[in-house]
Design a protein around this ligand. Structure first.
Ligand code: FES
Length: 128
């Protein structure tokens, strides 16, 4: 794994995001409840720029004719076709088998990159 500096500690406020490029890899950094997550900017559905999507909540499982809204600030909605992912875990909210990918890359999901913190700088770790 190779370390690439991507942001300074505190640069991304809670609920905020920052897009960076490391070589040819576009990465979305998200502050989710004080923890920064790093995902590849490629949707598992059709490769859309998922990290540019709206951050919101979503409707939660409920009874017929009942509408329960929740997870505010934890849902990333892909701008191309609306697939929704839990920003904290990378999991597609309707299909837990589809998720933002952990490294190494798995089929069927976005790719999540590990982060390291040294002297106030966050580094993304990429293979190679
Ligand atoms: S490319 Fe993301 S939902 Fe289709």
């Amino acid at each position: 794994m190779k370390r690439h500096p991507v942001t300074q500690e505190g640069e991304i406020p809670p609920g905020g995001r920052k897009l960076v490029s490391v070589g040819s890899v576009e990465i979305g950094l998200f502050n989710v409840g004080g923890e920064v997550r790093a995902y590849r900017n490629a949707c598992p559905h059709a490769g859309g720029p998922v990290c540019l999507g709206r951050i919101s909540g979503t409707s939660l499982p409920s009874k017929v004719y009942e509408y329960i809204y929740g997870m505010e600030g934890r849902i990333l909605r892909c701008p191309w076709h609306g697939w929704e992912f839990d920003l904290g875990t990378g999991v597609h909210i309707a299909d837990p088998e589809t998720r933002l990918k952990e490294v190494p890359v798995e089929a069927g999901g976005l790719e999540r990159f590990p982060l390291e913190r040294t002297d106030g700088t966050l580094y993304v770790l990429l293979p190679g």
